[in-house]
Design a protein around this ligand. Structure first.
Ligand code: AMP
Length: 620
């Protein structure tokens, strides 16, 4: 079926052509001829991403008289972002419709300007319920001339507590109007609205109730709940080209995850209701033009947003109410594209996964989070591809080339490639070489057979606390602090655990004559403590630090990935560099000529030498 057959006017046909829409989507095929020709109420069950906005927008534009300035159509949307998005879409469809004005009315933006726009005459108003009620109370808007009212994402409007506002608004509209209700899910409250506010609505549907889009694959990874964030980073690292939304349950969690990602050098930002409208607009703008790779959002804030090319939707937590799962995942695989929906879950969530499977009528794949080697390999080939595709500015680089060739003349092509790649590879290899298995049941699974416990003859009396001892141990063993956990600092001795595969290397430290405070450091294998293990010391670990600049939009331009510690940081790599900087010679310890390593006790009140070390700063 073609758009022409649907009976749209010439101005709309021209705009559609400009937009490159070739054929109407299934929902459009149903709504456009129906709504353009018949005065009827409508209940439409449609996912966003199915062309829903045009499914109501084109009939509206086909029906209203743009020569009359009265407001003839009102579209209600639950969020400001969606309100702006719908407005912009309608403006595109109305590009050749002379005299037509569409006004967006939403909280957080200047109400005076909105009032002014409405006063000038707007045939279509797109509004969030709260702000529209405000305008009604100020008598700044006249709804008695409305012919059509659209309740978009009706379920969400009810979820958000807009029921009373809807009542106020609907009261202002004439009996004669038609109500078109669009919803991706059909919970009971929406059915009730349909009953209460509509008469004999026509019903159309694109897909079954609450069923997600067909071209989304659903994967879940089971992790321990404390490893959730590490799992997120592992996923982001495994998909260097990721462009996605990370859904969290609360505003606080959203902000926290976004902050951590930003701190860890990822191109990410938060979107939730506690941000000012200005902040929200800016974040959305960056996300829309793909300068932001990961949008961390609440269900409410990201409802209905349509951003092109979203590759992944990540459920950092499964949503409180499982119907939101369809909304979340509907952000990807839009307009015929495919996408991946990922859920990071704990063992306890398995029954909820089953519930969702039933709802979307699709099976999840149980995924295994990639290990360090897999991530390293993926990043390596990403780097190779970047290298292959990089734009060469021949003119600008020309003058440097003779000297560069001269410098490299002793090296074969293979050698040059190897070295060039190693410049990056070494960093991520170092970072990931000891990465733990994050899959629940793997060796990241708190204390299990794969970990061993040790005794060390240093403790509080030597000035150590848990963190500083951990860093000290990391330093003498040349392991990452992450490999040390369950550290119990006692008076003159302590216990710690590490992975069993490292037992020999820890015991071998006894042969190295390491002294602390003129006492030989002694490490012995110890019986395992009975406890659930893990705990605090594991926090803040995992993943790799891209070290990009804060708010580093530019990062995406670099293709993300292992471009860390860029030149804005004076070229110092945060990645692995700590090992070099924190040599024994320039901290408390020093290497003696005999190779004996000595350390001295810190004086009272000193900052713990290892406590707030670079290690702590290294995001893992
Ligand atoms: P929506 O469901 O309204 O959020 O639309 C999802 C995406 O599909 C938007 O980016 C629209 O621009 C696009 N779209 C809508 N209708 C069509 C169509 N008939 N052909 C191709 N793309 C479309």
């Amino acid at each position: 079926m073609t758009f022409k057959e649907l009976g749209l006017n010439d101005a709309l046909m021209k705009a559609i052509e400009d937009l490159g829409f070739e054929n109407p989507t299934p929902i459009q095929q149903q709504t456009i001829p129906l709504l353009s020709t018949k005065k009827t109420d409508l209940v439409a069950l449609a996912q966003t991403g199915t062309g829903k906005t045009a499914a109501f927008g084109l009939p509206i534009l086909n029906i209203i008289d743009s020569q009359i300035k009265d407001t003839q159509a009102l579209i209600l949307s639950p969020t400001r972002e969606l309100c702006v998005q719908i407005t912009n879409d309608l403006k595109k469809y109305a590009k050749y419709t002379k005299g037509l004005t569409v006004t967006a009315v939403y909280g957080g933006a200047s109400i005076t300007n909105q009032m002014k726009d409405i006063r000038m005459g707007s045939q279509i108003i797109v509004a969030t319920p709260g702000r529209l009620v405000d305008l009604i109370e100020r008598r700044a808007v006249k709804l008695s001339t409305i012919k059509i009212i659209v309740l978009d994402e009706a379920d969400e409007m009810l979820n958000m507590g807009f029921k009373d506002s809807l009542d106020v608004i609907l009261e202002q509209t004439p009996e004669s109007k038609n109500t078109w209700l669009f919803s991706a899910t059909m919970p009971r409250e929406v059915e009730r609205i349909a009953k209460n506010y509509m008469s004999n609505p026509a019903e159309v549907s694109a897909g079954k109730k609450n069923e997600g889009a067909a071209n989304i694959s659903h994967v879940y990874y089971t992790v321990n709940s404390r490893d959730r964030y590490l799992a997120l980073k592992r996923i982001a690292d495994f998909y260097p080209e990721i462009f996605g939304i990370v859904f969290c349950r609360t505003k606080a969690e959203t902000q926290e995850v976004a902050d951590s990602l930003i701190k860890d050098g990822y191109s990410a930002d938060a979107l939730h209701g506690d941000l000012s409208q200005g902040q929200r607009d800016l974040v959305m703008k960056r996300f829309r033009n793909h300068t932001l790779q990961m949008l961390v959002a609440t269900d409410v804030a990201a409802r209905g947003i349509d951003v092109e090319g979203i590759t992944h939707v990540i459920n950092y937590n499964l949503p409180e109410d499982i119907e939101s799962y369809t909304h979340r995942t509907g952000r990807t695989a839009r307009a015929g594209k495919s996408g991946v929906a990922i859920a990071i879950v704990t063992g306890r969530d398995s029954s909820r996964i089953k519930d969702i499977e039933r709802m979307i009528n699709k099976k999840f794949e149980r995924g295994n989070l990639p290990n360090g080697v897999e991530v390293t390999e993926k990043q390596l080939f990403h780097l190779v591809k970047k290298l292959h595709d990089v734009e060469v500015k021949d003119e600008e680089i020309e003058k440097y080339l003779p000297k560069v060739y001269e410098e490299l003349k002793d090296l074969s092509k293979e050698e040059i490639i190897k070295r060039f790649i190693s410049e990056e590879f070494n960093r991520f290899f170092a970072y990931y070489q000891n990465a733990q298995d994050l899959n629940s049941g793997g060796d990241g699974n708190s204390v299990n057979n794969k970990t061993s416990r040790f005794f060390i003859n240093l403790g509080e009396l030597d000035g150590f606390n848990r963190n500083s001892l951990k860093d000290f141990l990391a330093e003498i063993s040349k392991q990452h602090p992450r490999m040390l956990f369950n550290i119990d600092v006692k008076g003159s001795f302590s216990f710690f655990e590490t992975e069993s595969k490292l037992v020999d290397s820890f015991l071998a430290l006894n042969k190295e004559d390491i002294e602390f405070n003129n006492r030989k450091v002694s490490i012995e294998a110890s019986a395992k403590r009975m406890r659930d293990g893990g705990g605090e010391e594991r926090r803040g670990g995992g993943g790799f630090n891209r070290g990009g600049s804060r708010g580093g939009d530019e990062r995406r331009g670099n293709g993300g990935g292992f471009h860390r510690g860029g030149s804005d940081r004076g070229g110092s790599s945060k990645f692995g560099g700590h090992r070099e900087r924190k040599s024994f010679g320039n901290s408390e310890g020093r290497s003696t000529d005999s190779g004996k390593r000595t350390f001295s006790k810190r004086s009272e009140g000193d900052k713990p030498a290892f406590g707030k070390s670079e290690f702590r700063k290294k995001k893992y």
